[in-house]
Design a protein around this ligand. Structure first.
Ligand SMILES: Nc1ncnc2c1ncn2[C@@H]1O[C@H](COP(=O)(O)OP(=O)(O)O)[C@@H](O)[C@H]1O
Ligand SMILES: [Mg+2]
Length: 238
């Protein structure tokens, strides 16, 4: 049996029944402002705390933005960068190439990296004027390289979700072993953050929708609770 790798994110390991299988690539998707970047930072930070090396590749923000964002949430990435456990990489966008894979690969080997975050794959879609197939092939190549290196990959993408009962799938969703969806559900005049694991190839996981909050330390997921906003919505049907 393949080894399970804990994410060390409270609640998520319970949903994943122990964590990701080694070499899993997961797409973390959902509308803007739902906590994808924060979950990515937390994944790298919690791993670093346990001595697991990680790389955070950002195309949307600068490396300094990520450091500051993490710090504001009580996660000091700088300390682990100094120790060489965490590496932040700014991915500049080129119309020709999704990304240069050489730099991350050499770091993965030299630092025995276990976790990689790619935030995000969405922007590349727009610069790929030559066609969707090229884009998909590059994403797939990256996913396969990560799998060969036995790292756990979390890649972000943006998805608009108008209703939790009506989620559309994009072609890139199928390139990943797993899909985790973050979304906000409205209840009256307020919103509630929710997480669901849509699929995770080759492993068992909880299939419910769980609420979470964002604060110091990042996401706090409640795997024993159901979202109040959805309970109320469903009860109205009867
Ligand atoms: N310091 C903070 N404390 C509490 N909530 C925060 C903090 N910083 C950001 N958030 C929440 O996190 C959300 C953004 O999360 P982020 O991971 O950047 O979203 P995404 O990457 O999905 O667009 C904001 O909309 C806000 O609700
Ligand atoms: Mg983001």
């Amino acid at each position: 049996m393949t080894k399970k790798m804990k994410t060390y994110i409270a609640g998520l390991d319970e949903i994943l029944k122990g964590g990701f299988r080694e070499g899993t690539s997961a797409l973390l998707t959902g509308p803007p402002g739902t906590g994808k970047t924060i979950l990515g930072i937390q994944f790298i930070y919690e791993g670093a705390k346990k001595g697991e090396a990680g790389i955070y590749i950002t195309s949307e923000e600068t490396v300094e933005d990520i450091r500051e964002y993490a710090e504001a949430l009580g996660m000091d990435l700088r300390e682990y960068e100094k120790k060489g456990i965490v590496t932040l990489i700014k991915q500049t966008i080129s119309a020709k190439k999704l990304m240069s894979i050489a730099a991350p690969l050499s770091i993965i080997q030299s630092k025995k990296v276990k976790r990689v975050v790619l935030d995000s794959i969405t922007l590349f879609e727009y610069v790929h004027v030559s066609g969707e197939m090229d884009y998909r092939k590059e994403v797939l190549d990256f996913v396969l390289k990560m799998k060969e290196s036995k790292v756990n990959l979390i890649a972000m993408s943006e998805k608009s979700i108008s209703s939790i009962d009506d989620i559309n799938y994009e072609p890139e969703d199928f390139l990943f072993d797993g899909v985790i969806i973050l979304l906000k559900v409205r209840k009256g005049s307020s919103f509630e953050h929710c997480i669901m694991v849509e699929k995770m190839r080759g492993q068992d996981h909880l299939i419910d929708i769980f609420p979470f909050t964002i604060g110091k330390g990042g996401l706090k997921i409640f795997p024993k609770e159901l979202p109040f906003s959805l309970i109320e919505k469903d009860s109205k049907k009867f």
